[in-house]
Design a protein around this ligand. Sequence first.
Ligand code: SF4
Length: 325
Amino acid sequence: MKKMIANNGSGRSPWWRGPYRDGATFTWDLLYRCNYRCSYCWWEQKKLWGEFSKKYPPVPAQKWIDAWRRLGGRYGRARLDVLGGEPLATPDAAGFFAELSKHHDLVINTNLSPGRKELETLAARCVREAVYINASFHPEFAERESFLEKMRLLKEAGFPAAVFVVSYPPLIPQLPKIREFFSKAGIPVGVQVFQGTYRGRDYPAAFTEAEREALKTDAGLRSSEERWAYRVEERPTRGKLCCAGWFYGNVKADGEVYRCGGTGPGLETEARVGNLFQEDFELFPGPAPCPAGRCFCQEHIYLLEEQEKKCPDLVERWASGKRAQ
Ligand code: SF4
């Protein structure tokens, strides 16, 4: 717990806000199963659920825990952004995340569909300071009132949590009302930029000027010129030096680790780091040029030029090898 106390008591932002400054970060597709089928979901749009359930059979919980514990021993406490599918659909989610929260800081990205009882158990068992809940509100499947009630439950249990909404074109007009609804209860609302197809057009390139203006009301998206440029304007990244693979990785549901999610199909060879289940798994020895045309999600923050601005101490520590906490 040493690092968490330092984060909360030294005047620095909490660990979940902004880039993680204390060690490595991983996004982790724990499983490709979900009880929702949102129209804007990447897996749904590409019709990948069937193929992925065959390609990625469930991995025993203990195998994941052993691998993450081993990684912690080698590289120190890390931040794990747990994604899916729906991470809380994993069997005995409370026990699983409780164990992981002893070793790493967790951002659990959930659709918050589990019932009150399951959420209460999760809240009671996890190391509270090590878990942040990123709750995606999906209006096609979730009802606002009960979603808010669950957010309140987590807040009262002491868990920091925020709501996210996907900027799917039909949802953009509803954003002000959704933001007002949750903000009134003291719950922050952010926007995930929609990446996909709507009415035959590819997004984010197809956002109209009016839609771009509406997105600019999101504090997260307009928090830096870079964020807007990479996420909405699709600024090119090929050839730029990037720390992805060095102290950031994207872990698939079979333990395969790639530099990031932005280096998708066709770039597997350049982007592969190794397999988390291998005892001798190692990250890249330093920054390497980006092989992709553009960068997805928020991974552009791992470009060396951005890290040197925002987390120079982390870059220096990692370069000197003094990284274990
Ligand atoms: S810039 Fe983005 S796509 Fe390129 S290597 Fe870095 S994280 Fe991956």
